[in-house]
Design a protein around this ligand. Structure first.
Ligand code: C2O
Ligand code: CU
Ligand code: CU
Length: 514
């Protein structure tokens, strides 16, 4: 049986200061058995929102044993124990969804990637109180694609998503030409929500948001796909579409297949690419989606990921976070090559519906946007608390929570629900320059999809990037952001880092569009 060394952070014990930073490496030597994965890939139930009365989503507590031998963990879910159903809506239709909150904490539910008004968007202003409900009619008018929904509760987003408040939101376009891709949901079209988690030896979800966990974001050492530990998918021996969602709080994945097989990306955050793009490796930051098509005619394989080294202050942060568990690597690392996400087995009884990939993808968005009317600089900062006097130490040791914004800020200001940071004009486009400080941040804007012009000095080609709503910025990026949905002061759009610990701790701003 494989065993691994196990480090645990105990807050407040054995404070050590190094290089001006405080951290608490209380190392408890314990060895636990690495839990084994290999259950069949779960597919959440599919709910069509534009039929009849739509769907009711109940946010509730659940209990779930995540792997063989685990005792039932306390979880959160939308109408189920962990995660939520796959919601499906059609362009041109109205998606009806009611939210009922059965938790004793407020829950705001945001429709990530949807082009809907601020009043429908589900930002922190629209939290549903315990025991209360809310009905939404979302008018869907945007490209078909893989979107998602998740908790966006003020100060609680990271923890509620970690416990399970997230799900897929798929948009179809009945008017668009058939792109000729695998599209039988659950058979050759598989939505895959990839999340990393930490488990206690009993199998309970463990979340810790203090110290380096907050600075680098919470990274777990166990990989779940649709809530199952490193599952196995049974697929037909032909082309299969994988709708990959990075639903993790902070981990960046660099996906590749164990046998080195190439694959094609066919869609990004905001819908199809104009033509399939051949690749061998795909990076996906928190909040990002990519649809890829993989050929299984030569048999199954494993999906792996290379390690995520994104940490504050480069090597120093990386090293410290490793000591403290903040940058812990998944426990199933094989050599230096990567760790397992899940595996695929070919079922010879299943006939593949698609055996060849189309050369182009008709119906893909063309990325045409108006000339920008304004240029704006958005600076994502980790050191705000240092200048503020409390020091980064104060921020690190204090952890996140409620109304005290953490040490993070945008343009010098930590998130404030009562302040509007950007007032954009409805129907216009702006050029945003996003710059970072300390580490790479996945930058996200609500209520729109944008075009990435360049990232870290490299010009980006729309043909290979497509429409985006999250972009991973190591140093600097320029994006063209169109504003086509209104948002007032009461229900503004958010823009923020999608490392959820950064968002909860102040790296978020608010925007009106009118
Ligand atoms: Cu996916 Cu404001 O978030
Ligand atoms: Cu969003
Ligand atoms: Cu960040």
């Amino acid at each position: 049986m494989r065993r691994r060394a196990f480090l645990e952070l105990t807050a407040g014990a054995g404070l050590v200061a190094a290089a001006g930073l405080a951290f608490a490496p209380s190392i408890i030597g314990r060895a636990i058995a690495a839990p084994t994965g290999g259950q069949p890939l779960p597919l959440p139930p599919v709910l069509d929102l534009d039929q009849g009365a739509g769907a009711t989503l109940e946010t509730r507590a659940g209990s779930h044993a995540f792997y063989e031998g685990a005792s039932a963990a306390t979880t959160l879910g939308y109408g189920q124990n962990y995660l939520g159903p796959i919601l499906r809506a059609r362009r041109g239709g109205t998606a009806r969804v009611s939210l009922a909150n059965r938790l004793d904490a407020p829950v705001a539910t945001h429709w990530h990637g949807l082009h809907i008004p601020g009043s429908m968007d589900g930002g922190p202003q629209m939290a549903v109180a315990p025991g209360a409900g809310l009905t939404r009619e979302l008018e869907i008018d945007q490209p078909a694609g893989t979107y998602w929904y998740h908790s966006h509760t003020h100060g609680l987003t990271a923890e509620q998503v970690y416990q399970g408040l997230a799900g897929f939101f798929l948009i179809e376009d009945p008017e668009a030409p058939d792109p000729g891709l695998p599209d039988e949901l659950g058979v050759d079209d598989l939505p895959l929500a990839v999340q990393d988690r930490n488990f206690s030896p009993e199998g309970h979800l463990r979340y810790s948001s203090g110290g380096m966990m907050m600075m680098n974001g919470m990274k777990g050492d166990a990989i779940l796909v649709n809530g199952a530990l490193r599952p196995v998918a049974s697929v037909p021996g032909g082309l299969v579409r994988l709708r990959l969602l990075n639903g993790s709080n902070a981990r960046i994945y660099h996906f590749f297949f164990e046998d080195g097989r190439g694959f094609h990306q066919v869609a990004s955050d905001g819908g199809l690419l104009q033509a399939p793009v051949a690749m061998e490796r795909l990076t996906l930051a928190p909040g990002e989606r990519a649809e890829i098509v993989v050929d299984f005619s030569t048999g199954g394989t494993r999906l792996l990921s290379a390690d995520d080294n994104n940490a504050m202050m480069g090597m120093m942060g990386g090293m410290m976070s490793r000591i403290m568990g903040g940058g812990s690597s998944p426990d199933n690392i094989r050599g230096a090559d990567g760790f397992e996400i899940m595996s695929f087995e070919v079922d010879p009884a299943r006939r593949a519906a698609r055996t060849s990939l189309p050369a182009t993808l008709p119906g893909a968005p063309n990325g045409e946007m108006a000339e920008p009317v304004a240029r704006r600089r958005i600076s994502l900062e980790m050191m705000h608390g240092m200048r503020g006097g409390g020091g980064m130490m104060g921020g690190m040791m204090g952890g996140r929570g409620g109304d005290s914004p953490g040490p993070f800020s945008i343009n010098g200001k930590p998130y404030d629900m009562g302040r509007i940071d950007v007032a954009a004009k409805l129907g216009t486009t702006e050029l945003w320059e996003v710059v970072t400080d300390g580490m790479a941040h996945p930058f996200h804007v609500h209520g729109t999809s944008f075009k990435v012009l360049n990232v870290d000095g490299r010009a980006m080609d729309f043909a290979t990037t497509g429409l985006k709503d999250v972009v991973l910025v190591r140093e600097r990026a320029e994006i063209l952001v169109p504003f086509n949905r209104p948002a007032d002061r009461q229900t503004p759009f958010m823009f923020h880092c999608h490392i959820l610990e950064h968002e909860d701790n102040g790296m978020m701003g608010q925007m009106t569009v009118s």
